[in-house]
Design a binder for this molecule. Structure first.
Ligand code: GLY
Length: 568
């Protein structure tokens, strides 16, 4: 990949000749984006434009989602992907709902204790770095299935914008240049040698990235569909890379990978119907537990980010995450007691010991100690078209740039999703999450996720599409964003930008965003016994709200380059 160009592109022809004429776009992140004929909110301005252009060309929300997924694989390589996985939750304009699970799977040769040494101790980083951390990728199969069932335009047309971005190049934003620079050492270590994304001179804002090998791979997918990735040259190149470095994925794993249509988790929060992702994501169940538990409290009266609100949310969260650790895993392998977890009597009892003036300790359970939580990356996008079709997709390589292994000849990073399994009961993963039998490794099992693409209805009509990256914090970020709109009366952009907190049972602490809480609130929470840890960011929301007059309002998180593009 030596021929990559480190040049400054004056302009990328792809990035719209005159976008202002057709689209409205949020760049300041303070300005609200509203539009009548469609809204696309993603982590990257170029991907949002791709989605809006597909809508403009007569594609529906599902077409736009396929195009955005492939565009993000080019312009947002830290989380956008073709060798990762994800979940889609959709609602058609006629009210029909569904979800697609294109989560990665454990390879057939995986085994329960594969990340433990002879003494039964966890081998550091084996599940999160390098080829042994890679799960069998699901994204390409997922996009093909999504298109087959719900698409309108041809698949060839939907993948074309990504091919052009990879071929002609795109310019790095400051955030993306910084992110690449943060991982330079890891790229060298994981790839045994210099690799495209390793840049001795450091990446700079405005540098051009050109990915001809990825363009070639995308062309194979364009012409051959699933076979363009799971067999033939792409598969051979990917397997050669994995197996040469001691990985265990085989052609049989690729042949056997299939995404699965699943019945979404559905329930009510106040007058809203919540439609979210079922196992193997924990997101839908945990979100509904949190929302149902919230009905007992008047958060609007207690105030946004007041000590009382945060205390009560934290108390709900620690109980919900304790359930997550014990009961949630891939329901194809473990009997997840979904009905019981969402049963009103169960939840009433579960939350009955919450006290407004007393913190519950989690210390009787072995502490899940996390020294440094790796930057928590995944990406979510939300799309609504002019007919009212809606889709939220959360997709990931797991950590930033996944396993850090870059398949040089095919132009993409491999995921490190195996770390989302419970590699040993009680031992935390990179997000500090612990698990047990429900999420133990087994061949062809899907690892438990926190990804929470979610749709809300009000009075039988589409109300919101929402989701976030952030590992363990995804669920709590989505939860707070919903409360921000429903209970605190924020618009979609304010709700996305609002400072958030997070608690997950173990470790027994509250994460809060730096400068996000005032000092009195911090003191009040400390007085209740809470341990407060500042972090740089919690969640990165991309969401769409449908206003009573039918206008679509975008929410694109100010924590990143996230952009909402509306079709006028
Ligand atoms: N890889 C993060 C998640 O699925 O929750």
């Amino acid at each position: 990949m030596k021929r990559f160009l480190f040049i400054l592109l004056a302009f990328i022809s792809f990035s719209c000749s005159n976008p202002q004429s057709r689209f409205s776009e949020s760049s300041s992140k303070v300005q609200l984006v509203e539009a009548k004929n469609g809204m696309v909110a993603t982590a990257h301005p170029l991907a949002s434009k791709v989605g809006a252009q597909i809508l403009e060309q007569g594609g529906n929300a599902f077409d736009a989602a396929v195009a955005v997924q492939f565009a993000l694989a080019v312009v947002y390589p830290r989380a956008g992907n073709i060798a990762g996985g994800g979940f889609a939750v959709y609602r058609k304009a006629n009210g029909e709902t569904g979800s697609l699970d294109f989560r990665e799977k454990a390879p057939q040769n995986a085994s329960r204790d594969m990340y433990l040494d002879k003494e039964g101790n966890v081998i550091s980083e084996l599940s999160s770095f390098g080829v042994l951390s890679v799960g069998v990728p699901g994204s390409v199969d997922g996009m093909i299935e999504l298109h087959k069932k719900l698409g309108f335009l041809t698949f060839e047309k939907l993948i074309q914008p990504a091919i052009e971005l990879a071929e002609k190049g795109f310019v790095l934003t400051e955030n993306e240049a910084n992110k690449l620079n943060d991982y330079q050492k890891d790229f060298l270590t994981a790839n045994d040698s210099s690799t495209y994304f390793f840049n001795e001179e450091k990446w700079k804002t405005g540098d051009s990235v050109v990915l001809p090998e990825l363009a070639q791979t995308l062309k194979l997918i364009q012409s051959k569909g699933r076979e363009g990735f799971y067999s033939g040259p792409t598969a051979q190149t990917m397997l050669a890379e994995i197996q040469a470095k001691g990985g265990i994925i085989t052609q049989a794993d690729l042949d056997e990978y299939h995404s699965v249509w699943r019945k979404p988790v559905e329930g009510n929060y106040k007058e809203y119907k919540v439609i979210s992702m079922p196992p193997p994501s924990s997101g839908g169940i945990a979100l509904l537990q949190l929302l149902k538990g919230s009905e007992a409290f008047d958060f609007a009266k207690l105030g946004h980010n007041s000590a009382q609100s945060i205390h009560l949310m934290t108390e709900l969260e620690r109980r919900v995450y304790a359930d997550r650790a014990t009961y949630l895993g891939d329901a194809d392998f473990f009997a997840v007691p979904q009905e019981m977890l969402l049963d009103s009597n169960y939840l009433a009892k579960r939350f009955s010991d919450i006290r407004p003036d007393h913190k519950t300790n989690s210390t009787e359970i072995k502490e899940g100690k996390v020294e440094i939580i790796e930057s928590i990356e995944t990406t979510h996008f939300s799309i609504v078209d002019k007919e009212g079709n809606a889709i939220g997709i959360t997709t990931t390589l797991n950590g930033n740039f996944g396993s850090k292994v870059f398949v040089e000849k095919a132009g993409f990073f491999l995921n490190n999703e195996m770390d989302d399994f419970s590699i040993k009961p009680g031992v935390p993963n990179q997000f500090g999450l612990i698990g047990a039998e429900a999420n133990a490794i087994a061949p062809e099992k899907r690892m438990l996720s926190s990804m929470t693409p979610t749709i809300l209805e009000k009075d039988g009509k589409l109300f919101m599409v929402v989701g976030s990256p952030g590992g363990a914090t995804i669920i709590t970020a989505v939860y707070q964003t919903i409360l921000n709109v429903v209970d605190f009366g924020m618009n979609m952009q304010e709700a996305a930008n609002a400072k958030k907190t997070h608690s997950q049972w173990l470790p027994d602490q509250i994460l809060y965003e730096e400068n996000g809480l005032d000092s009195l609130v911090l003191k009040q929470l400390e007085a209740l016994g809470h341990v407060l840890i500042p972090v740089s960011a919690i969640g990165k929301m991309d969401a769409v709200l449908v206003l009573p007059n039918g206008l679509l309002q975008g929410g694109a998180d100010s924590r990143g380059d996230d952009t909402a593009v509306g079709v006028k």
